[in-house]
Design a protein around this ligand. Structure first.
Ligand code: F6P
Length: 458
């Protein structure tokens, strides 16, 4: 893709590779993000990343004409963005694909929903128009995720010459659940994505669910090709970064907090409803209750970083995580043993330190597109770690054989799986951990991205 004749590549996503904060003195501070797309795109020369301004700092940067080369940030009206991002993307589409609704009382699709849907359309249209402006003839456009499902169809109308791909980073709902959406909205979402030449997913299971929805609702996927690309961990970056001095410092602090000779069960998540953090804590409580021999001998290191705090349901979930952790500590803790070490302030170096220390990694989502933590811990771990993994995480398709697999709703079985992981023989743990690391790194981000591009252009 770096040859002379390679077409210009455009990426579109809600969250971009850079964010700005407005300092008190009025200057702007910029921060670059990481992740699969950032590493993937680094292999491409002629590129533009179209993203939304998400904060006051981002909006100010757009107004002042401050930008990074190859990044175009869209200053979409803040209330339109809030309706599209909080109202539709995160409260409806995210809930449908992760099957999070309490269905006896929700969802309710009323006039307020229709008003927010109009914002979602406007927000998608702003992206389609910016992409149509930025694209050269025959450019390749890779549209990301559930925020931008209508973009491929809108862009196809504006620029039929482009090669358009759509990639879903989430699971896809089975048809019976997808049908919770009002019929016209469900059709619009599917038609929107089918405006792409190729629609791709993280696993075969999510791709098949999408095909199932298209077949049942529309009679088929039309001319759109369907693909699967399972994003892997970035081994080179992780191995290098996790050996830096700030990570060593945090390991020393964590070791002290955990206490000499104790085992660790580690989890690192955004505080996200689908991550199932509360049931994970209940499983840990059940372990301490049913198998008292673990009291004083294990610490649950749980990092739960704030996410989507504009939404009440996320704030309530964050409070519940805190409450249950405190309750376990109050019930079982002793003068020199804190059973749950909960940290909520985001610190990447400390997450890597926890990965290195982990005896057991707990990854038990209700549903998850992939879950990169499951892939990152075995890569970084110092002495090999056992993985307790939900069968509902996309990562299960690649890691299921060497993980201890759980039904994420079954708290008792998860407690037993934690016991099995903690007592796993050292040799077996090393062998499994090495195999997990090999499977986890089989499709590094650059390859993941270039494969998608080749498949789109091929
Ligand atoms: O899983 C979908 C996704 O968009 C991820 O790519 C990303 O890590 C996560 O959701 C973050 O969501 P937000 O941008 O709302 O913080």
């Amino acid at each position: 893709m770096v040859s002379e004749h390679a077409p210009k590549v455009l990426v579109a996503s809600n969250r971009g590779p850079v964010s700005y904060t407005l300092r008190e003195d009025g200057s702007l501070d910029s921060k670059r993000g990481g992740g699969g797309l950032v590493s993937g795109l680094s292999a491409v020369e002629d590129k533009v990343w179209v993203c939304a301004a998400l904060s006051d700092g981002d909006r100010e940067a757009v107004r002042r004409g401050v930008s990074e080369p190859g990044v175009r940030m869209l200053d979409i009206d803040a209330s339109v963005h809030a309706d599209a991002y909080n109202g539709i993307a995160n409260s409806v589409l995210w809930f449908v694909h992760h099957m999070l609704y309490q269905t006896p009382v929700e969802p309710v699709f009323d006039a307020e929903f229709r008003r927010q849907w109009a914002s979602y359309e406007a927000y998608n249209r702003a992206f389609a128009e910016a992409l149509a402006e930025e694209a050269d003839p025959d450019s390749a456009v890779l549209v990301q995720d559930y925020h931008l499902t209508l973009v491929p169809g809108m862009l196809r109308e504006l620029r039929p010459d482009l090669r358009i791909g759509h990639f879903s980073h989430t699971p896809w709902a089975p048809v019976d659940y997808f049908r919770l959406l009002p019929d016209d909205i469900g059709r619009q979402v599917l038609h929107g994505i089918l405006g792409a030449d190729r629609a791709a997913f993280l696993t075969r299971r999510w791709a098949d669910a999408f095909i199932g929805c298209c077949t049942e609702v529309l009679g088929g996927t039309g001319r759109t090709r369907i693909g699967v690309h399972g994003l892997g961990a970035d081994a080179d970056f992780l191995r290098r970064r996790s050996r830096e001095a700030d990570v060593d410092e945090r390991m020393a602090t964590l070791r002290e907090q955990v206490g000499e000779g104790r085992k660790t069960i580690v989890r690192v998540d955004r505080t996200e409803l689908s991550k199932n953090i509360v049931r994970g804590l209940h499983a840990y409580r059940a372990l301490l209750e049913e198998r008292p021999e673990w009291r004083e001998r294990v610490v649950h290191v749980a990092f739960a970083y704030p996410s989507r705090q504009d939404l009440t349901v996320y704030r309530d979930y964050t409070a519940e995580v805190q409450r249950v952790a405190e309750d376990i500590n109050a019930t079982y803790g002793t003068a020199d043993w804190t059973p749950v070490l909960l940290h909520v302030d985001d610190d990447f170096a400390r997450s890597l330190a926890a990965y290195r220390l982990a005896d057991v990694a707990l990854v038990n989502p209700i549903r998850d597109g992939m879950n990169l933590v499951a892939k990152e811990v075995p890569v970084v771990s110092d002495h090999g770690c056992a993985l307790v993994l939900s069968r509902e995480a996309g990562a299960y398709e690649e890691l299921g054989e060497d993980a201890i697999v759980v039904n994420p709703y079954d708290v008792s079985a998860t407690a037993e799986a934690l016991h099995e992981a903690l007592t796993m023989d050292g040799d077996e743990r090393s062998v499994r951990s090495e195999r997990l690391a090999a499977a986890a790194t089989s499709l590094p981000p650059q390859q993941w991205f270039l494969d998608q591009l080749d498949a789109l252009l091929g």
